[in-house]
Ligand binder design. Structure first.
Ligand code: NAD
Length: 264
């Protein structure tokens, strides 16, 4: 049997280091034969992404700042000239001022609200606009979200609002792009200690809480997310679109603290 992703080409957006969720997904896709290109945000991160990409046989690295329309245009123009066609995109990009990832949502400033929604939500649509013309045989667009979109989590604040909008945009994009055979889905990942997560207040507490209270009694790994992403990116999920798939050790089904959960 040939590898699940053999013959597929995908763009991975959002690798900052080897703990990035995007990197977990890239590894899983590459292990199944996908050919990958990576974007990086600025030269500082290029130095980190380059050796990671090289380790899985990829040398196609493109700069991309999603706040800049011309930067996204250049990224996709370069990709088009290298590859012509594209089968999937992984969008694992989010940002908010860390001063507002603690305390109360009610204190969110207009500037940070707009910037957070721009980078963490609109960018997925901006990327879809450029990816779609390269997906003539259909395709799969995947973004990353969190349960803080559905329920109030301490400190998640404006990022929760951005993720709620991102999840709604997954559904709208799924309808708009469905007739071209392009599927659009999100993975709602449980908490993982990454660079972005380290900006969130009391993150260690949140990790412990999820570990003690999720049905599987552990936190998710990059491998867990990579495996589920592989399903959504591959032809195993050709009937799935507009879906938010929870990869959170089951945490989202739980209604209350486990009776045997230790004090944190
Ligand atoms: P990470 O810090 O490794 O990745 C975040 C990425 O966003 C970085 O690569 C960064 O360069 C990129 N980025 C930020 N602003 C950008 C911009 N203007 N232009 C281009 N790229 C930009 O952290 P991560 O946790 O792997 O985050 C990936 C995704 O997963 C995010 O959407 C995050 O919200 C989501 N997520 C994370 C968790 C978690 O607990 N870590 C849980 C659920 C969802």
């Amino acid at each position: 049997a040939s590898a699940l992703m053999a013959g597929k080409r995908g763009l991975i957006m959002g690798v900052a280091n080897d703990r990035s969720i995007a990197w977990g997904i890239a590894r899983a896709a590459a292990a199944q034969g996908a050919e990958l290109a990576f974007t990086y945000q600025g030269d500082a991160l290029k130095k980190r992404v380059e050796p990671l990409a090289a380790s899985i046989g990829s040398s196609l690295l493109l700069p991309c700042d999603v706040t800049d329309e011309s930067s996204i245009d250049s990224t996709f123009a370069a990709l088009k000239s290298e590859w012509g066609k594209l089968d999937f995109v992984v969008h694992a990009v989010a940002y908010s001022d860390k001063d507002e990832l603690k305390g109360k949502y009610v204190d969110t400033t207009r500037d940070n609200f707009l910037n957070t929604l721009d980078i963490s939500c609109y960018s997925f649509t901006a990327v879809a606009q450029r990816a779609v013309p390269m997906m003539n045989d259909g395709g799969s667009l995947l973004t990353l979200t969190y349960y803080g979109a559905e329920r109030v989590m301490p400190h998640y604040n404006v990022m929760g609002v951005a993720k709620a909008a991102l999840e709604a945009s997954v559904r709208y994009l799924a309808v708009d792009l469905g007739d071209r055979g392009i599927r659009v889905n999100g993975i709602s990942a449980g908490p993982i200690k990454t660079l972005a997560a380290s900006g969130i207040g009391d993150f260690r507490y949140i990790l412990k809480w999820n570990q003690y209270n999720s049905p599987l009694k552990r936190n998710v790994t990059l491998e867990d997310v990579g495996g589920s992403a592989l399903y959504l990116l591959s032809d195993l999920s050709t009937g799935v679109t507009g879906e938010i798939h929870h990869v959170d050790c089951g945490y989202h089904v739980v209604g209350m603290k486990a009776v045997d959960a230790p004090d944190i």
